[in-house]
Design a binder for this molecule. Structure first.
Ligand code: PGA
Length: 261
């Protein structure tokens, strides 16, 4: 099962995951990272940036693939995920821009954009560590309920709840695009290590369904149960609905130090 780690703050979550990413890059200079956007992964990027400032590391060969992108927003739009990844990840971490790819949401080339992205991930040798958030709908990436566990990068329609959640980034709620292009659950499952983070009470139901619920396409997060190496990093609020919480704490408290996450 997934390893469940409950931490006292977002900052502690960020530091835990950043330590693992740093260890990975130290052992493999051309590590391939799967990069999530949204609010959740920001503490990871902040902790990594702080780690690189305190103790510089050559990250020039690190490669990355964003999880998803809106369809129809120009790449230079302030809320396109290309812009967000450049601002929140490439800049602060000092990554090499042309080694970080984001699905192409340009309507003109959309038909083949998913297959092209899949080929690029494959050509890079696959994703070593995929950072994930989860939506209130249970989505991973923008794989809304009903998404096939075998799905590849493709166009999806955003659930109304997800559009409402993302409206905070846009001037008007109706400005949130209705479509996106997202890595599929099959794509995500091919990454070698999944690190799913969630903070806050509003994520507790989706987390309980992902970790302990039945494996069903109705709960895309439950796809993590089919993966051999998953780390779920939560604050107390996001962990609150887990029936096995005491046991997960016991496992973590007794984990051999050499194992990492
Ligand atoms: P959030 O989004 O990190 O902004 O809460 C997570 C998601 O929708 O997957």
């Amino acid at each position: 099962m997934a390893e469940i780690v409950v931490v006292e703050s977002k900052q502690a979550a960020g530091e835990l995951v950043a330590t693992e990413i740093r260890r990975l890059i130290e052992s493999k200079a051309d590590t391939v990272l799967g990069l999530a956007t949204g609010s959740t992964p920001l503490p990871v990027y902040a902790a990594l940036a702080a780690s690189f400032r305190a103790n510089p590391l050559d990250v020039s060969r690190v490669r990355g693939f964003a999880l998803d992108e809106y369809v129809g927003l120009p790449a230079e739009h302030p809320e396109s995920y290309r812009t967000v990844i450049t601002r929140d990840v490439i800049g602060p971490l000092g990554l090499t821009p042309n080694q970080i790819q984001v699905p192409n949401g340009d309507v003109a080339t959309l038909e083949h954009a998913g297959a092209k992205y899949e080929r690029a991930i494959e050509a890079a040798g696959g994703i070593d560590l995929q950072i994930l958030g989860i939506g209130r709908t249970g989505h991973l990436g923008f794989n809304e309920p009903g998404s096939s566990f075998a799905s590849c990068t493709r166009v999806k329609t955003l659930a109304p709840k997800s559009r409402a959640d993302n409206a905070r980034f846009f001037a008007l709620p109706e400005d949130v695009p209705r479509h996106c292009i997202t890595q599929g659950l099959g794509t995500i499952r091919r990454a070698r290590h999944l690190v799913l983070l969630a903070f806050g009470v509003e994520k507790a139901t989706a987390i309980a369904a992902a970790v302990e619920g039945p494996v069903t396409a109705s709960q895309p997060g439950s796809a993590i149960q089919l993966h051999a190496h998953v780390t779920v990093v939560l604050d107390e609020e996001a962990a609150a609905q887990l029936a096995g919480l005491d046991y997960y704490r016991y496992i973590w408290a007794n984990k051999p130090a050499w194992q990492g996450i």
